[in-house]
Design a protein around this ligand. Structure first.
Ligand code: URA
Length: 256
């Protein structure tokens, strides 16, 4: 298509749109919304009965449970998740973001869902929040690239697909992916879990209210779990880093 814009202006315009959050192409060609409005189907007359809607009811949670139960290794779990077609988020995402780190680690970090950077790279916590997370872990001698279980961490998320525009995951999405999270934790078998933020608390504890829950050891997925404020929150509210530091020290003490 011919454009009146030169290359530099077009790139600047694109950068600006990405900055505003319009970072996903929904179609290959632009849509003229005025023309679409004219072509929109006419509302049926009031005296014409509606056609019965054919609904295919599937119990996505049950299907997820069966798929997760059948997985006996991290590789087969990843395959089962990749084959799961009932979560609409999958269709809008580039990657299935499964996990990062060392599966032999004593600590498993459960985050929320991939953002734009994670979706691009296919690894959890690689954007700004992830870089802060790496620095927080380094402060207590933990590192996702470490080979020894004592220094290592394993990182995964409640949802493996990026929600559009980074919106909060819906209760239904969390519920249908929960059997996979449970199986994931069972296979990694960590000694302790860090629940990063509200969505991880909803999945692991069935409740949220991270500012009340943080710093108090609880039990999630049958093992000790420490809720912490999410690094994305710490980027927005740097004053909360003081409490996050206390929580890191509590984790360090727990690990002995
Ligand atoms: N936030 C999360 O909770 N998980 C990620 O992977 C990235 C950002």
């Amino acid at each position: 298509m011919e454009s009146a814009l030169d290359w530099h202006s077009a790139l600047a315009l694109l950068d600006w749109q990405v900055e505003l959050g319009a970072d996903e192409a929904i179609g290959d060609a632009p849509v003229d919304r005025f023309a679409v409005a004219e072509e929109a189907p006419k509302k049926p007359k009031d005296n014409v009965p509606d056609q019965p809607v054919q609904r295919q009811e599937v119990d996505a949670i049950d299907i997820a449970r069966q798929a997760a139960t059948g997985a006996d290794s991290l590789e087969t779990l990843r395959e089962a998740m990749a084959a799961f077609e009932h979560c609409a988020l999958k269709r809008g995402a580039k990657s299935l973001v499964f996990a990062d780190g060392n599966p032999a680690a004593r600590v498993l970090i459960l985050g929320e869902a991939p953002g734009r950077d994670e979706d691009r790279e296919g690894r959890p916590f690689v954007g700004r929040a992830g870089q802060l997370l790496d620095r927080m872990l380094a402060a207590i001698d933990l590192d996702r690239t470490a080979e020894t279980p004592e220094s290592a961490v394993y990182i995964t998320n409640v949802l493996p697909w990026r929600p559009p525009q980074n919106r909060d995951p819906e209760a239904e999405e969390i519920a249908m992916m929960l059997p996979f999270v449970q199986k994931h934790i069972e296979l990694v078998n960590p000694e302790v879990i860090i629940l990063m933020g509200n969505i991880a608390c909803r999945a692991g504890l069935g409740k949220q209210g991270i500012l009340r829950l943080r710093g108090k050891w609880a039990e999630a997925f049958g093992r000790p779990a420490l809720p912490m404020t999410h690094p994305a929150y710490l980027l927005r509210q740097p004053h909360a880093k003081r409490e996050a530091w206390a929580d890191l020290l509590s984790l360090k003490a727990r690990l002995g």
